[in-house]
Every structure is written in structure tokens, then in C-alpha cells.
Design a protein around this ligand. Sequence first.
Ligand code: RIB
Length: 310
Amino acid sequence: MVIYMKKILVIGSLNMDLVVNVAHTPAVGETILTDRMSLIPGGKGANQACAAGRLGADITMLGAVGDDTYGDILIESLKKSGVNVSGIIRRKGENTGIALITVNSAGDNSIVVVSGANATLSCEDIDRHRELLQEADIILFQMEIPAATVRYAAKMAKSLGKTVILDPAPVPENFPDELYRYVDVLKPNETELHMLTKTDRIETRLPEAVGFLKAKGIKNVLVTLGENGVYLDAEDTGVSKIPALKVEAVDTTAAGDSFTAAMAVILSQGKSLKEAAVFANQVSAIVVTRKGAQSSIPFLDEVTEYLSSL
Ligand code: RIB
């Protein structure tokens, strides 16, 4: 059977992750020692592109790296994952983005990103690569590039009739409300949902917080809730709750990115958002059992093998 696959474009960040594993996340003013540090390809945009590529999608990445070795490594990692890298700009005189990540013994992380070349991705770059937006069917965004660029590109994507998916991570201080007009699917986690809607005690007030976003015009909202699974409010199937798979989490880095990408891959095959969310939940269950960002993202055959073992 031939499956018609729509084209996916990721517009976003690429980072080299400097990861330290620690017993616990350091408190303010605390110094702790560790002997483990790893360099792992990451960046929310690049992780999404990598996941889509490994899951067999027709995927292109538009973003910016510096003219340094980290940039070479990040581009190579995406190429090896089946991503078309023709939209990755090598910015002369800039450093590639770097993420400083601590992962504690529960697998939870905290991340500081030094944006570097990601911060230079401009509206002019989007204009120069307009054909990539024209050729794509589904366009994914996150918020590690300038918010003004996301807004400009999402507006262009919408006017070209594309399906726009926004993973609002990290939520910028001045999240541009105008963005809601251009987004078809919004995928926050609990923290991001709280930041976007200012709703406290999200765990007991999910329908209210999601209702706030739907009132802004978003037709489809998916909230990832970690070990509590996924809450989906979709235009076609209404509200569904998808339970998390029981796994031993060692590192949650890139779980959200992989979720968004896996969802887009299933949508690119013409399936429903609910089917997409179920598959995405399975893919991110694998990701959390492995260390690092792109080092933890599975290929399609690994997902198939995992699902047949359930
Ligand atoms: O979502 C995980 C990613 O966030 C890491 O790979 C890091 O680069 C930061 O962008």
C-alpha cells in the first residue's frame, strides 16, 4: 500500500547540548560536583526535524547555525536522520546555539539556552526561503527563535493555506497573542499552559485553561501531562484523555519535541489528530527511557519493535 505523505517543514532552533548528569538539581547558591558531561545534538526545532526524519517523514529544516564545528555536527546529525538541510543557514561570525542542561536522578532537566545564531533567524530569512513554506503542507514552530520571526512565518504559512503546529516552548515573556490566529494545533505542556493562560492548579482546571485558548480561536489543543498522559481537545473528535505508558524515565529531554514531531508525521499520512496523539505518546515514552536529546530519538523500526513488545 502506498501512503501519500504530506511534506513537513520545521522552522526553529538548533543547539549543541552540553549535558551534565547530577544527583539533584542545584538549589540557588549551591555548588555540586559531577564527573559526567556529554555533548549531544539538540535544539527544540532540530529535535523535531530529527524525530520526523527518523520516523520516515518528508522533512525539511529551516534555521540558523554558526560557522563553527558545532554547526557542522548539528547539520550532520540531521542529514543522518533523513532531514533535508537545504534551509539551514550558516551564519558567518556567529556561534551555534548552545543549551546548558542538568539532568537529575529522577530524569528531570533544567535548561539554559545561549541562543547564538538562532537569535539571528529573521523575517528576511523567511522571505528568502519562501519556497520552502510554499512546498510544505505542515509547518512546525517552537519559540527558541525570535518571536517576531515565528509570528511572521506563521502568518505567511497560514496565508499559504498550510497546517500550522505550534509547540510554545519556551513561552516568551511577551507571547504575541496575534499568533493564535495562525495556529491550527497548539501543543503546550502543563507549565506552558499555565504561562499562556495564567491558570493556577492546572491539573484540576484543564478544561478551563484549554477553553481559554479555544476562545482565542485555536481549534485543536493537546496538552502533554508527563506521567498523567495527554489531554486532547480536537475539532473533529472532541475531548480525549490518553494515558501515559508505564516506563522508567531516565531523561525527559526532547520528549516534548519528539511528541510534536511524531504527531505531525501521523497527520502527514492523512490520519486524525487523535490517532496522531496516540502514536506521539508512544514515541515520547521511548524517548524518556534514553539519555539526551537526539541521542534518545527512535527510528521507526525501533518504535514498531517497542509497540509489538507491549
Ligand atoms: O527540548 C529539549 C531541547 O531544549 C534541548 O535539546 C535543548 O537544546 C533545548 O533547546
